[in-house]
Write a protein that binds this ligand. Structure first.
Ligand SMILES: [Co+2]
Length: 295
């Protein structure tokens, strides 16, 4: 198992470095997303989810739609959240950058420092509240808030959110971290510290893979499951696939309506606060390995 996780980590590290070279004013989000995803594939991995490029008060789950002409602007606070998998072994990692400005230096530093502080105390059998507390305390020291309704998560093979949530505040949970793979992702904001759901993101995942009668639709669903299992995929990826012999908009609508696939909403800070995020993936056995630091 560790071999494929290491491979995914190596790719993720390269892709993070590469992605930073793309973050300049006037560059389109679509170009950034497609370049990052292509690089992941070129290096022998697959995107574990569509690249999230979330700007300013958007905390997460934003990926550009086809034809989207949004560009980066000076002063934008940009979260790049990248997922790489190799044979289902997933690395989930994110960082924040401000485009040609330093106004939100502390905000960015707050989530980064929170993650570094977690790394210092992380160990097998640590209780969840302890992780949440150090994140919350670190961010509050900057007079900022963590985002209370976002969390890190356990990762299993082909499963990005495997049941256990890792809080960004002291939620009192005595659940202990067992051996496994965990993404920890502190979010900091100068807003109230909660996100609300915005409109649909064009990011989907299969939540209930069940047989359907319509043969064309069943073929489409089987194709999706074969390719992505329960991992998130982008509308953008589907409409660029010339081999799909189906009206994708209609098919997606029907699958959504039947609760077979789920569309993630864009997550926006409730009071319009600016948001920063840092994330890495830890492999915990008798020791703790930050896979992004691991070769
Ligand atoms: Co994550």
């Amino acid at each position: 198992m560790l071999e494929n996780l290491k491979k995914a980590a190596k790719i993720a590290k390269d892709v993070i470095r590469y992605s930073k070279s793309l973050l300049k004013p006037e560059v389109s989000l679509l170009e950034i997303a497609e370049s990052i995803e292509q690089r992941i594939r070129d290096l022998g991995g697959e995107p574990a989810f569509p690249v999230n490029i979330s700007i300013n008060e958007i905390a997460a789950h934003y990926t550009p739609q086809p034809g989207n002409d949004i560009i980066l602007k000076e002063g934008d606070v940009v979260k790049i959240d990248i997922g790489v998998h190799v044979d289902g072994y997933i690395v989930d990692t994110a960082y924040t950058e401000e485009i040609n400005d330093t106004k939100y230096k502390d905000l960015i530093e707050a989530s980064r420092q929170a993650l570094l502080n977690v790394k210092k105390i992380l160990k097998k059998d640590i209780e969840l509240w302890e992780i949440g507390k150090i994140i919350e305390d670190t961010i509050k020291r900057y007079n900022l808030n963590p985002i209370y309704n976002l969390s890190g998560h356990k990762i299993d093979r082909y499963l990005l959110h495997a049941g256990i949530n890792i809080p960004n505040y002291n939620n009192g949970s005595k659940i202990k971290l067992k051996e496994g793979i965990y993404a920890i992702e502190p979010f900091a904001t100068n807003g109230i510290g909660y996100v609300r759901d915005g409109h649909g993101s064009g990011i989907y995942s299969i939540v209930n893979y069940k047989p359907i009668r319509d043969p064309k639709l069943r073929k489409f669903l089987d194709f999706l499951y074969d390719r992505y299992k329960n991992l998130p995929f982008a509308y953008r990826w589907l409409i660029s696939d010339k081999n799909l012999n189906i009206n994708i908009n209609t098919a997606i609508e029907i699958l959504k309506r039947n609760n077979i696939i789920y569309e993630y909403p864009i997550l926006i800070e409730k009071t319009g606060g600016i948001v920063s995020q840092h994330e890495t993936t830890f492999f915990i056995n008798s020791g703790v390995h930050d896979v992004i630091d691991m070769d």
